[in-house]
Design a binder for this molecule. Structure first.
Ligand code: ACO
Length: 326
């Protein structure tokens, strides 16, 4: 049975940084509150005019270069995003055009913070069946474009960025298993209500702030820990890999307290869990993509290691992928 392996990783963070002390000047908050409640110290924010496909382009170019694969050899491009350039065309189509990847089929995945895990699973399936050989997946978000900068309960949490992975067919190792789940009954826990067909953009939707993220943070927090533990265990069971064999867990970076609780419940040591939330905040689908890229750049992942991606987000959606690094 063939599988897919990651042969190149890339990332892009827009240069502008927004620190907790910058936020102290914008809303009633403090560095101490943000740090202790979330673990976030700063986040990167785009300059006006930079869209998800722009961030994706820089991350993708780096991943392709590292993979030694030409964009013209890509069969598939999947972009995971909840902040697409436009409702349509898809951000993947814009990215194809930026990269001149003229042979690639393109589509977007909307799975919020679990988007990169969903995209990875889709690409893996296309490749393992032999339908495609080379795929590019990108988690790219401009969350600053849907953030209410006057709402202290959400604006301190999010950042912008993109992470990319190039996958190709392999006869050994690579992705061993994946587990995906959803619960549409809790969609209102994390939602961008306006601008879709339910509430098309109008003066009224703007006046009501429906073009901004609405979040029930407390409810999500409780579910996130339980679901992320469950997802990782289910994916590992499918791969027939015991938790003790995990070299590195790459969790979604929503809150350091969620990550610590997941670490504890999975009986992992802090050294086995990659954390970069302090530098970037929550970048939705880009978070696990960038965390994976940085874990690799920092040589925390070597050949033969078992890596587990584990993510949870609005939908609700969640997923975990087990990879033997080769
Ligand atoms: N600064 C200062 N005080 C604040 C701030 C702030 N930025 N934000 C809220 N507070 C206050 C609240 O008003 C409240 O005050 P009160 O007690 O007087 O009413 C108090 O702090 C506590 O607020 P809580 O919301 O209970 O704080 P909590 O400890 O739950 O932390 C947080 C909030 C960080 C949002 C947390 O609940 C969380 O991380 N939730 C999970 C988020 C998540 O997993 N999202 C899913 C993935 S994201 C995606 O899919 C895009």
């Amino acid at each position: 049975m063939r599988s897919a392996k990651i042969v190149g990783l890339g990332k892009y963070l827009p240069p502008r940084k927004l620190t907790n002390s910058d936020l102290e000047k914008m809303v009633e908050t403090s560095d101490d509150w943000i740090t202790t409640r979330t673990g976030i110290k700063k986040r990167h924010i785009v300059e006006k005019g930079m869209s998800a496909s722009t961030l994706a382009k820089y991350a993708a170019r780096q991943a392709l270069k590292r993979a030694g694969i030409k964009s013209s050899d890509l069969d598939l491009i999947i972009v995971a995003t909840i902040t697409p350039d436009t409702q349509f065309p898809s951000t993947a189509c814009y990215l194809q055009n930026h990269l001149h990847a003229r042979h690639a089929a393109c589509f977007d995945v909307s799975a919020a913070c679990a988007g990169f895990v969903y995209a990875l699973t889709c690409a893996w399936q296309f490749i393992s069946t032999g339908f495609y050989k080379n795929a590019l997946i990108v988690g790219s978000e401009v969350l600053s474009s849907i953030t209410d900068w006057q709402d202290r309960s959400t604006c301190v949490l999010f950042g912008d960025g993109a992470g990319a992975a190039v996958l190709t067919s392999t006869s050994r190792g690579g992705i061993l298993s994946a587990y995906l789940g959803s619960d549409g009954s809790k969609g209102d826990f994390l939602i961008l209500p306006g601008g879709g067909s339910r509430f098309p953009s109008s003066h009224e939707t703007i006046d009501q702030g429906l073009h901004h993220i609405k979040m029930k943070g407390n409810e999500l927090f409780r579910i996130a820990v339980r679901i992320m533990v469950q997802a990782a265990k289910k994916a590992l069971k499918k791969a027939k890999v015991p938790v003790r064999d995990v070299k590195m867990l790459i969790p979604h970076q929503a809150n350091i307290r969620i990550i610590n609780a997941v670490t504890k419940r999975l009986k992992l040591t802090p050294e086995q869990v990659y954390v970069n939330i302090a530098r970037y905040g929550n970048m939705s689908s880009a978070s696990s993509a960038i965390a994976l890229c940085e874990a690799w750049e920092e040589e925390k992942i070597s050949r033969g290691d078992v890596i587990v991606l584990d993510a949870f987000g609005g939908g609700l959606v969640w997923g975990s992928t087990v990879i033997r690094w080769i």
